[in-house]
Design a protein around this ligand. Sequence first.
Ligand code: APR
Length: 232
Amino acid sequence: MDDIRNIVILTGAGISAESGLATFRGPDGLWEGHRVEDVCTPEALARDAALVHRFYDERRAKLADVRPNAAHEALAALDAQWPGELLIVTQNVDDLHERAGAKRLIHMHGELRSALCAGCGKAKRWTEALPPGSVCDGCGRALLRPDIVFFGEMPYEMDAIDDALRRADLFVSVGTSGAVYPAAGFVQTARHVGARTLELNLEPSAGSFYFEESRMGAASVLVPELVRELLG
Ligand code: APR
């Protein structure tokens, strides 16, 4: 690992599982009890805003009951000490990476603790329940919605993510099933530019085949181990 300068780390729901936040496709997956089409699409918001707002209000409220685990803390330590470029791209909408201290972080699927104006596009910090029909205080006319990238919408900061991937010497994927694009395709970009590719996951993911190395196990064990390797 000594020829590594620029690192991109993709995280998914698996990194927050040991903090007590449900993953999406596990046996107790979040989507069970809710069909994706009913809570995470623009059509769902138009059809039943109360259900969608309630779904995200429940998940936002849960953040008060959980805290970062050793994997989040190890990545924050790497962020603080790594001399080269480092970018943590999370698919998660929880705030555990930032609460652990991560700074070089992109939430590509949005954040629970943010509300988005469907009119002017302004996002604002939001920590309480977000009642349907809340009006944006920026433009004063359009409605606020959960700042979550729904299926069929463009994830955030894709240019910055692509730039970082094209400069990477190491791409690490942590706790993701590799089921959802564009995140599931990041390993291809990394391979294309000759970066080392490493997957840390509880079980083989849909993309394991594309990784040069896959380590199976809990993120709270594998991530601190990797950070110790990288920081020497
Ligand atoms: N340590 C490491 N990996 C774990 C752990 C753990 N403790 N617990 C679960 N995992 C793994 C599972 O084996 C699974 O492969 O984490 C992965 C979680 O997969 P998903 O539930 O599909 O979550 P994710 O990959 O983040 O989903 C991607 O899909 O529904 C959309 O927008 C949503 O961001 C989400 C995206």
